[in-house]
Design a protein around this ligand. Sequence first.
Ligand SMILES: Nc1nc2c(ncn2[C@@H]2O[C@H](COP(=O)(O)OP(=O)(O)OP(=O)(O)O)[C@@H](O)[C@H]2O)c(=O)[nH]1
Length: 779
Amino acid sequence: MACVTGQHVRSPSSPIPNFLGLFMVLFYKSGPLRRTALMLGIAVLGLLFAGKGSGIGLALLRLCCGGLIAFRCLDWWRARQRPVAGCAKSPAGGHAVTACLPALVAYIDANQRYRFCNDSHGGITDVDPASLVGKTVCEVFGSSAYAVLAPELGVALQGSHAAFERVLQIGARRVDAHVEFVPDVVGGQVRGVYAVVVDLSARKRAEAQLGAERAHLRAALDAIADAVIITDVDGGISYMNPAAEALSGWAGSDAVGLASCAVLNVLDSTTRLPAPGLRGSALAEPPVVGIYRNAVLARRSGECVPIDGTAAAIADTMGGTAGAVVVLRDVTEACSLAAELTYQASHDALTGLINRREFELRVERAAAGGRGERVRHAMLYLDLDQFKIVNDTCGHVAGDALLRQLSRLLQASLRQSDTLGRLGGDEFGVLLEYCSEEAAVHTAEKLRRTVKDFNFVWRDKFFPIGVSIGLIGFGGDDLQMNDLLRMADAACYLAKDKGRNQVRVFKEDDLELMQRQGELDWASRIHRALSDNRFVLYVQKIRALGSNGSGPDHYEVLLRMRGEDGSVIPPMAFLPAAERYGLMGLIDRWVVRHCFLDLAERNPPGHPPHDLCAINLSGASLCDPGMLAYICEQFELCQVAPQAVCFEITETAAISNLADANELIQRLAAMGCKFALDDFGSGMSSFAYLKHLPVDYLKIDGEFVKDMVADPIDRAMVAAINQIGHVMGIQTIAEFVESDAILDALGEMGIDCAQGYTVQVPQPMLARRLVPAREVVEV
Ligand SMILES: Nc1nc2c(ncn2[C@@H]2O[C@H](COP(=O)(O)OP(=O)(O)OP(=O)(O)O)[C@@H](O)[C@H]2O)c(=O)[nH]1
């Protein structure tokens, strides 16, 4: 650029001084081949003339030598000057150097006129570069941009280098420009200015966008609830958001520049040792990736805050590490919530004692711990006596108050190491670890007395309270928690059964306990049989005697259970347990549903039924408020005529639940169902009750029937029941008819129907259908 004076670059002048030089230059330009040929020609001529002694020959030889020397010099000089000269000589070559530059490169003379401008002119002006030379800066850039450039241009024309960034308004465009004016000083005179203008608009836009993104990021980091700390590659804090300041207690301005380990004092919440991953200068040792759980942050004040957190390395563009970002969260609330939930999951809300789940866990732990050793533990199962009375007389609030007060009393009577839990309702459990059976009996007696001596007063009422306690000692054996609870419960049940307010110790050989255990087993077997659909129905014909033989096919449905091994289990094996554990409602529903399905198959709707199916209903079902609705629903679903069904209820059940029984009988009888009073004569046998029970059949208890041929008293009983039934318009059915002699005697007596082995041995109900157990489980 030093020789730029206008549009073109000037060549320096040739050093060859004389005409011979000019002559040589002409040959020089003719090319190396011709040059060599000419020189050879001159040399040959020179030699020829010299041979003849002519002075021309010598001159020619001298010319040849001088030419060769001159050509060598020219070659050397041209080789040195070629790039500059090549560029300078051609206008296209001169522009080529700067043509592609993404900038305006120009020479401006002292009059502020353009003498040169590169072809691209960086896209900065709208003027064609070809027409630009000779124009003034103001003409090229316009007055607005010129007003910005003029002062700096003036400075440059004064001989000072001017470099600046400005926004230039060029036509309709705003150009962010970096401008440099370099004065061209020759001999102390400023001849012009070399100008470079670079359009920074795209870069500025990118910077602005980056700046905006940074601002957003900063705003997000500022607003975020988590503490964010950024460190440099050496582990020094370079940024903390406000949450980090609040969490750590450090002001960002104090912390920035400090080592991260000096500010982020993260400790293991249990050991209070530096948390793994943040120990020492870990953040300065990339790659750092860590998750912090169960940790606390020691704040600047020394106070510890439970935290969760992560740390991760920040990668730089070269694949190295630029620093680390640590995100911490204050989990104080979550920790206390978790502690609260853990407490709630293991404690009873009413009394504050541990709940059944937690109690069972502790028993399990004690049982497992002592296995194979000689240590002994004991467990007590406490059930308050007649607690219901408090609820029924004073309401549940009073009952709750009693449970709370008693819990405190019981707790106060136990050792620190003993565990008292509320197992549910009015039942409590006590685990006495490392306690012999004798000592446990002593403790149980103490608890019993404590409860007995407790006077619960609610408003003006006083309630004496008692407790029945079952006790089992364990340890060193293979008993599981479930076995222990079941055994202690069985012992407690017997304590209640034997008069309440007493302690009963579980003994393996206790017959009464074994019976209770058996019932418990049956209860779970019944549940399983119901869900596996393992109940089966048998039928036994009830034959009409005398002239009553043309009625419907009358039969009683009998229930059996099929064992897991396929054996048929008689009802007396499982019905007592079913009654005791409140399972009769479920069983009765199962029977009703299956009988109705069978009846529906055998008796097409729209025809008079040719069956009269007798179904037993338990005492529990008589007072079950949902039973009537269930039966009605099944009539509807199975499309069975109510006239095809006779419900049998035992005399004892009916009389014990007279009002409920009456209600059920009235409602179903109104639909067309028939009713039979079963086992009549075995229970209360008050004929007076019959007036209140509008039944269709009296079933004379088999105990009188089976011996009536031999026993005149039994015969008289059967006759009396038959007579009174007939007086009241009720048909009679004799059960247990096991011989033809009995059958004949019944016929003579005028009994209406007979049922027993002589008439028919019970047989499986034909064409019975199974329905999924879940359809009958709702009570
Ligand atoms: N107030 C109150 N009553 C409860 C609570 N949980 C269960 N119950 C009642 O406690 C009673 C426990 O029943 P039972 O143990 O059969 O009644 P009981 O009168 O103690 O009879 P026995 O144990 O045979 O002496 C039931 O009436 C339940 O409704 C409770 O949290 N608060």
